[in-house]
Write a protein of this length. Structure first.
Length: 156
């Protein structure tokens, strides 16, 4: 399948330089990081959350686990995890489980974890289980400039 068309067009529209890195099929973000020889702290993953106000993409390193209570508390909301069916409907040009963490490409609000701040390079799933996208940390910061952020995850 390759990189999602929605994501590719969004990055191009935002004038973000990116590289696509092919790797063998992997089902989880940490196995993707290992397969592509990327530090799990630099591989961002997106977790789709929902509440009565709608959907939010939480972005955190693949080496971390989201703390649902903490993110709900930090942003004064009552989040729950979205279902696989909701993910497939919202990200129809992505393989299940390979959702890019750039929620703004899909018109979605984004909240990102402070542990991604200041990284020189950021990597993330491109929409399938065989493509990782690489951008600079500065470009990641530009993409996240209008998103809320806080510390809401912990290292696993």
């Amino acid at each position: 399948m390759g990189m999602s068309i929605t994501l590719k067009e969004y990055l191009q529209d935002c004038d973000i330089d990116f590289d696509e890195i092919e790797h063998p099929y992997q089902a989880t973000s940490m196995s993707t990081a290992n397969s592509a020889r990327i530090d799990g702290d630099e591989l961002a993953k997106g977790v789709l959350l929902r509440d009565e106000r709608g959907y939010v993409m939480a972005v955190l390193p693949s080496s971390h686990m989201i703390d649902l209570f903490k993110i709900s508390q930090k942003f004064d909301r009552n989040f729950d995890f979205a279902s696989e069916n909701e993910l497939e409907a919202l990200f129809d040009d992505c393989d299940p489980g390979a959702v890019p963490p750039i929620g703004s490409a899909y018109g979605m609000k984004v909240m990102w974890d402070d542990s991604l701040q200041g990284k020189p390079d950021i990597y993330f799933e491109g929409g399938d289980h065989r493509t990782v996208v690489h951008i600079s940390g500065d470009d990641f910061s530009r993409l996240m400039a209008t998103a809320n952020h806080a510390r809401f995850s912990h290292h696993v």
